[in-house]
Structure formats: structure tokens, C-alpha cells
Design a protein around this ligand. Sequence first.
Ligand code: PRX
Length: 649
Amino acid sequence: MSEKVYPVYPEIAAGAHIDSAKYEAMYEQSVNDTDAFWGEHGKRIDWFKPYTKVKNTTFDPHNVDIRWFEDGTLNAAYNCLDRHLETRGDQVAIIWEGDDPSESENITYRQLHERVCKFANALKGQGVEQGDVVTLYMPMIPEAAIAMLACARIGAVHSVVFGGFSPEALAARVEGANSKVVVTSNYSLRGGKVVPLKENVDKALEHAGAAACCQSVIVVKRVDQDVAWDGARDKWYEDLVADASADCPATELDAEAPLFILYTSGSTGAPKGLKHTTGGYMVYASMTHEYVFDYKEGDVYWCTADVGWVTGHSYIVYGPLANGATTLMFEGVPSYPDNSRFGRVIEKHKVNQFYTAPTAIRALMQQGEDVLGDADLSSLRILGSVGEPINPEAWEWYHRIIGDEKCPIVDTWWQTETGGVMIVPLPGATAAKPGSATRPFFGVQPALFDNEGKALEGATDGNLVITDSWPSQARSIWGDHERFIQTYFSTFKGVYTTGDGARRDEDGYYWITGRVDDVINVSGHRMGTAEVESALVAHPAVAEAAVVGYPHDVKGQGIYVYVTLQAGFEQSDELMKELRNHVRGEIGPIASPDLIQFAPGMPKTRSGKIMRRILRKIAEDDFGALGDTSTLADPTVVDDLIENRMNRK
Ligand code: PRX
């Protein structure tokens, strides 16, 4: 761990929304006088009917119930659009930068408002009503944000599924959410390659469960190429909006009306759809966006995430637009047309805040210090990091090469479940330590518990929990509140369990050490090892599979697979390739195994439980420290595993 400290830059602190004195005072109030604090800050967004109650939450495992601002009414799209029309109608809301550098588009608040209203009416025309779920399987094009906001406008609930997921994964999510409509594009463009999104939707809807609920598929024409068409089910987006009225009043919704579902992986079972609601989420997303990135009027803000992840929801769409910001949406990849692309985009649009993932920084780092060419990065003021722990080397490189040693880096720790940033250094308030997410945002009360559930004091390591609710917390798992309670509120009673481990140092700074459960983080993408295992055992050649993470230079963690074959199957390079393709087909390319080891047997206890600790150590090439193997049913399997290990340093 780096012990280096980077003090707050005085010139940043001088103009910042929050300096250190303000941070201390506001934090203190936020946790000691919660109702007064959020009662005041809740007013940062527009309410149709103001709330009189602020917080009404319990983490009691018999009855987890989370409500914020519950008697207020509002509309998220109204907050992102209508309320800006008078003051900033002609300001750019979305800068869209296409995959091809010659393609970009500026969309003003007025234009965005009109496009959202039209599509909202188009959705109504397809029978979508308040409370219905609409699945979005979209590339990073303006229509993705438009569709999200159009759902919000009429009280429909969007469920965005990352465009890199396979038809199988999409089908499970359409069915799981009982989604009435899917919005997609005919193709998507990434790094100059054409990806058949609509074909994936067609395949997903061959599954009876998905087909039973989905009545129509709305298709944006992104690429001028033909696509298979079901005349009864499929509609062109362009045709629907051409006929739609631009008049669509925003529906008045309860604060606790669902805004979106977002599927994410856990340590067991199928991915779960986290339910986020409207009022608390909007308050927290907009407030964190403003303070974490020190967003000021006129700034151009760029978050490189995909709208398929929570980062895209809170920090491309809802937070920035609620604040009347100019948010940049990038369709492409950092390596196309060449590795200087991020620099070119920053220069072209004079980006002030740049928010990306450690994996992207490490990939650039590998290309050398001049990777961004002669791109002028002088517009940058704040840099952000998200999705996984940032190693101090990558932090230093980011600071020096991209930030020219003048931009604070905000290392933002949070989760799909938390809705917004939870632990983070505020640019004008918190001295940074490379690799530490530092201190909690307002209203967030982290604590470290030992495995028995005892709160630990002072500088120590432990399980990271949050002891009380914050406004943008997920309210439930869609259709399975019991699983919500089991997953997050039963390991330790009375607190929210994050699933992450952390260290707290002498200054009260938090250092996230990674997941303590069977979830791995591959290039910032969260993956359940159980999901990959169940994809593998669905292949006829596989008798048993165990998946663990191992340290990977660029991805943070790579996917290491141990496979025991069924009798009659021989290990071969061919089969390895086939298994890799099989997992890609079942889940998507992001789940593609990096290393596959054929193992004649797994290390199991006498009761038949796989000792994953041993598999993790071998995958890390750290087999000198296997610990006690005497309880294994057959200790000799370990020798074979070591001898044939795939990761040799
Ligand atoms: O392990 C933590 C890691 O990513 C997990 C959450 O993943 P997801 O729900 O996909 O959300 C990612 C974007 C918010 C966490 O449990 N994680 C996220 N940000 C950080 C992080 N680990 C360390 N430092 C971070 N800044």
C-alpha cells in the first residue's frame, strides 16, 4: 500500500463546492441530524408535491423496509429536462461522440426534451403503462438515454441490459423482469466492428419465457444494413417517433415509485435485479455528481462507462442531467482508431471532468507514456476512478500522464446496490492517498465488522458494512424481497453488508481490499463465479467446474477455470476453445475464461466441499502457502493441480 499523501490543491479548494471545513461540518450533521440534513438537501431537485417525511427505514432482518421522502411526488425525467428549459434550453445536454471520430452530435436540453417526449408517447402507443418494465439492450447512442428518460417520464421501469451480454443472459433478464417491450438497435458499432444486437434479441426471444412477456421490439436503425424482421412484433424506432406527438406531460409519481431495475451478479444463484426508486435516488445521484466531481456551470463532464452498468445510470444520465450539466456519451472504445482516442475526445470537447475505470488506465499505461499522442489535455480539472481498487502505480500514472499533476483524483467506491458514490475523496476537501477511496460521502456510515459481527475500532481490517440507510440505496430485489434480505441484511444483523473487505488506517481512510465472497471483478465487471461454473457444467464434456479469480495486469482479476471432464472426453486445445466459446455464448464475452486447467479431480473435503482457498492459491501461482491440506479427501490431487497450473510467473 502506498503511504504517499497528496494534499488538496489550494487552487481547487479555493473554488470548490466543498472544502475541508465544510466537509467536516456537513458530514457531522448528515449522520447526527439525518432528517434535517436530507430534509434540506432533498430540495435540490423539484418536487410536484413536497415531502413532509424524510427518512423511514429499518434494516431489521424480519422486515427490511427503506423509504425516503415517502410522501413527496416527483418525476425523474422532469428533473432532468423540463426544469432546465427556461434557464438552459439551448445549452448542450448530451455531447455524443460516435465510434467513428468523424461522427458526433450535440443535443440541447430543448431537443432532448422533445425527443424524450416523442419516444415516451411512442412507448404509450405500444401499450406501455405506469409500472410496466421496458428492457433496453442498446449501444451507447443518444437513444439509450432518451429511452431511459422516456420510461421515467411515464412511470415505466427500465431495465438496461449491457449490450455485451449474450442472448441467453438477455432472455433471463427479460423474463425475470416480465418485460413488455425490448428496445434495441439493428446493429451496434464498436471499434469499427458491427455487432448484431437485434439478432441477439431475436435469439433471446426464442426462449418461451421471454417471448411470453415481450410483446414488441423497438429497433433503432444505427447501421444502414438489413436485419431479419418479425412484422407483428418489430417496429422501427424512427417510424414510431415520426408519428408521435411531442407533447407528453411528466407523470406525477410517488417518491418510492420504481425508477429502474438493474441486474447484477452475486455470489450465488442467477443475477438479481436490484430495484431503485425515484426520489432518494435522484437526490443522491445529483448531489454526488455535483460534489464528487466539483461540477460547475459550463463544465463538460465525461464518464466513459456504459449505460448498461450503474455508473452509466447515475453518472452519465440521471446525476448530470438533473444538475443541468453537459454530459458526454461515447459510443466507441479507447483503442479505436488508435490508443490516443481518449486524449482526442478530451481535446475535441474540452472535457473538464474525466471519469473512467482502472482497467482502462492500466491498458493505456501498457502502451507507454506518449500513448495519448500530442492531445491537449489542459481542459481537465478532476479525474475519477470507479469499479475496482486502483493500484497505486496506475493512480500515479493517471495523475501524472493524464492529470499533469494538477488534477485531484476521486477514487469512488460504490456498488449497483448503493445507487451512488459512497466512499470518496472530495476534490477540495480530502487529501488523497493513492489506492484509498478515503472517507465517506455525506450520510454514509461505514464500519468494519469481524466475521462474528463485532464492530472493530481504529486502524484495522474487516468486512465493510454500512450501518444506516442513505437515500439512493436499492430498495429490494425485483420480485424477491426475501432474497434481498438474505443477501444484504442477514450475515450481520442491523446493517447493510457490502460483500467487500476493507482496511481502515490511522487517519480513518478506507482502503477497499476486494470482495470477500465468490464474486470476482474482471475489468471492473462484476461476475459471480457460480454463474460461470453453471455455464460450464451445461457443456456435455464438463463433469465439474470451479472458477476463481487471479491477479491480472490489465483486467485487475482474470477468470481461472478448473474443469473435470466427463468420462469419454479428452482434454485438448480444441476443447479448451470450445469451452471458452460456450461461456461467451451463455453469458457474454466479458465472462470469457482467461485460463482453463483440465483437472482430474478437485480438492475436496471429506464431506465433498471444494476447497476454493486452495484453487485460488494455485491460480495465483502461490502454492507455497496452501495452508493445511490434511482435511482433503485425496491430498494427491493438489500435486497434479500444481504441476499443471496455467499461471506461471
Ligand atoms: O468490489 C467493489 C468494486 O466493485 C463492486 C461493485 O460492483 P458493481 O455493482 O458492478 O458497481 C461498480 C460501479 C460502482 C464493489 O463491491 N468497486 C467499485 N468501485 C470500487 C471498487 N473497489 C475498490 N475501489 C473502488 N473505487
